[in-house]
Write a protein that binds this ligand. Structure first.
Ligand SMILES: [Cu+2]
Length: 231
């Protein structure tokens, strides 16, 4: 079977790959990239407090300066609320907001450049909890951290904002956190804390089942046509 014989279909393998990648992203809900998470499970992400993982896990502990540390996620939900909280390992029932809740619009990489630590907890084992509330309800990821003295940590290059990401402090936030978030390092739409009116638009959910079906059909076509070697 030559490529010429199926010139018309020659783009399918790469489309298949792209669609598969999108499906993976969609299935991911959100993934905590910075700091290192305790663990990620697509299926269990809705299980609090840590998306199906043991909140006491200390296999990777991130030192978190009081001056701040970045939080970077990849989100597949276009309208989301974020809670960034921490609890002491000795009292994991009680989470404390590190920053006010964040409203985020747009898809892809999302970076909060400088999330302050809790000075009273310096030297104590703690757990960071990132909660996303979006079309799938609440989703959770945690990281093992320890607050340390010091100025804000530098922000790694992979903590960044996608081109369509806009974020702001939730105007309806009524919690105790008062420290504003620092500017995000790189974004094409302005700092993460840029002002943006509370979104009154309805959620724009991506439809995973439909996308999944599309991917399946395209990938089946791909394998039937045996074109996997042509890209
Ligand atoms: Cu999701």
């Amino acid at each position: 079977m030559t490529r010429n014989g199926f010139r018309h279909w020659g783009n399918f393998p790469s489309i298949c790959l792209i669609v598969a990648a999108i499906i993976t992203l969609v299935n991911g809900h959100f993934v905590l990239q910075i700091p290192s998470s305790i663990g990620f499970s697509d299926i269990k992400e809705s299980e609090g407090p840590c998306g199906g993982f043991d909140i006491t896990s200390r296999s990777k502990v991130t030192d978190w300066p009081i001056g701040g540390y970045p939080v970077g996620v990849v989100s597949t939900h276009p309208n989301a609320h974020w809670q960034i909280r921490a609890a002491l390992l000795e009292n994991t029932q009680e989470f404390v907001d590190l920053i006010p809740n964040i409203v985020q619009d747009g898809l892809g990489n999302f970076c909060l450049g400088t999330v302050p630590g809790i000075a009273d907890w310096v030297g104590k084992d703690a757990v960071l909890q990132v909660v996303q509330t979006a079309v799938d309800g609440q989703l959770y990821q945690c990281a093992a951290i320890k607050f340390v003295d010091g100025a804000a940590a530098s922000i790694p290059g992979n903590c960044r904002n996608g081109s369509g990401i806009v974020a702001s402090i939730d105007p309806e936030y009524t919690g105790t956190a008062t420290v504003p978030i620092g500017p995000a390092p790189t974004t094409t739409t302005g700092p993460a804390a840029s002002t943006s009116p509370a979104s009154s638009t309805a959620n724009r959910p991506i439809n995973p089942p439909l996308l999944g079906l599309l991917a399946t059909v395209i990938c089946l076509l791909d394998s039937v046509l045996d074109l996997s070697g042509t890209f």
